[in-house]
Write a protein that binds this ligand. Structure first.
Ligand code: DQA
Length: 141
């Protein structure tokens, strides 16, 4: 079954960006681990990253067109984007997992609001790169 893992702004910098918060793994490391787990689970995985909000809207629409489950780490757009909220809910019944490496609720107040949570099936946050595999396991089960 199709699963799209979508990554937003600045996640291309993983490995060097605030490693004390986000860990030492690069996005390529995480993608490789996800590809291996997807093969084990028999999941047809698409893995993408964009720094732009409109780019994320396009990726969400493409995932909906593919009738894919969506795992989305929208980075900072999580806390600002009505456009992502609207895009995610445009396909009724879609499985959507909101994912974060860190636990935004344990951080600055501006990270406490999520525009994605109200349209998410579930949320995984605070488990670092392992969260990506946890999300894959969740959508595959
Ligand atoms: C993040 C948390 C966001 O608050 C932040 O803007 C990010 C990464 C995370 O994965 O922990 O870019 O989504």
């Amino acid at each position: 079954r199709p699963v799209h893992i979508l990554n937003g702004p600045n996640l291309n910098l993983l490995g060097t960006r605030e490693p004390e918060i986000y860990g030492a793994d690069t996005l390529a490391d995480i993608e490789a681990r996800c590809a291996a787990r997807a093969a084990e689970l028999g999941v047809d995985l698409t893995f993408a990253q964009t720094n732009s909000e409109g780019g994320l809207v396009d990726l969400i629409q493409a995932a909906h067109a593919a009738e894919a489950a969506i795992i989305v780490n929208a980075g900072a757009y999580t806390h600002t984007s009505v456009a992502l909220h609207d895009a995610l809910k445009s396909r009724p019944g879609a499985t959507v997992i909101e994912l974060h490496l860190s636990n935004p609720h344990a951080r600055e107040p501006f990270r406490h609001r999520s525009y994605i949570a109200p349209v998410a099936t579930g949320v995984i946050a605070g488990f670092g790169a392992r969260g990506y595999l946890m999300a894959l396991d969740a959508v595959a089960s």
